[in-house]
Write a protein that binds this ligand. Sequence first.
Ligand SMILES: NC(=O)c1ccc[n+]([C@@H]2O[C@H](COP(=O)([O-])OP(=O)(O)OC[C@H]3O[C@@H](n4cnc5c(N)ncnc54)[C@H](OP(=O)(O)O)[C@@H]3O)[C@@H](O)[C@H]2O)c1
Length: 254
Amino acid sequence: MGLRKKIKKFLYQRKFHKNNFQLNINNKNILVTGGNSGIGLALTKNLLALNNKVISTYRENGENLIAINDLNLSVVKLDQSDINNFNDFEKKIEETAIDIIFNCAGVFGGNFEEQEVKNIDFKKFQKVLMVNSISILNIIKIILNKKKNKSKLELIINISSDAGSINQNKDGDAYIYRTSKSALNSITKNLSIDLNKKFGTTVFAIDPGNTKSGMNPGGYIETDNCAKLIIDLITTNSELNGKFVNLLGKEILW
Ligand SMILES: NC(=O)c1ccc[n+]([C@@H]2O[C@H](COP(=O)([O-])OP(=O)(O)OC[C@H]3O[C@@H](n4cnc5c(N)ncnc54)[C@H](OP(=O)(O)O)[C@@H]3O)[C@@H](O)[C@H]2O)c1
């Protein structure tokens, strides 16, 4: 790694590094999607450490979640790429009143070359839209329609990306990912008006920055630090409804 990159990494890590948190999310029933890896896995572990009951979903392989081996954790398979995949999830959720949802599951949709307009595979595009945006609305629909154990649904956090900001787009390309996250942002804004009016639910979108994960192996922020920053933000900022923010709570233009 060159000196310039090292300095950039150091400054980035320092900006997003925090040690002392005032954590008071506890004794909640929390749903985390995309929980077997990356930010979703780190959130699952941190939320369990705060004495919450967590339902975490995984796409195909739940081994990292199973390895946590905590009685307060239940896991369920949910591949969000197909609307017909939600039956097991629906049954699992029926028993629990959900207070908080972290929508972490997401996919980039192919490399940059595959996402150039001349190369777009529209079947793939539809799948990514399903995973990154449309399925999130279905999860909320299922929770709102539960017959038993009605949920309080205090808070919904959608893990978006600054790539979904139409306003900040200076680079072009990445059509599939950008569009899917812009759609997620639109859904977030709409929910923040609608559900807030009906149930008092706080709904916001967050860009998790440059976090090291399967999706972004060269990232600068450790997933554990990213999860702690997200939890810290929720516990210290009561003005998040309808906003699109970064890990420090600074607003990003939609
Ligand atoms: N890391 C960053 O720098 C960064 C920046 C901006 C936004 N984000 C967003 O942060 C969120 C978490 O990503 P991450 O960085 O933690 O990467 P990650 O480790 O790849 O996490 C993505 C998660 O989504 C799951 N997933 C993928 N396809 C799915 C499907 N069809 N159904 C259900 N789950 C599916 C993955 O499961 P499998 O592992 O089984 O595929 C994985 O657990 C994503 O929404 C991403 O867009 C990340």
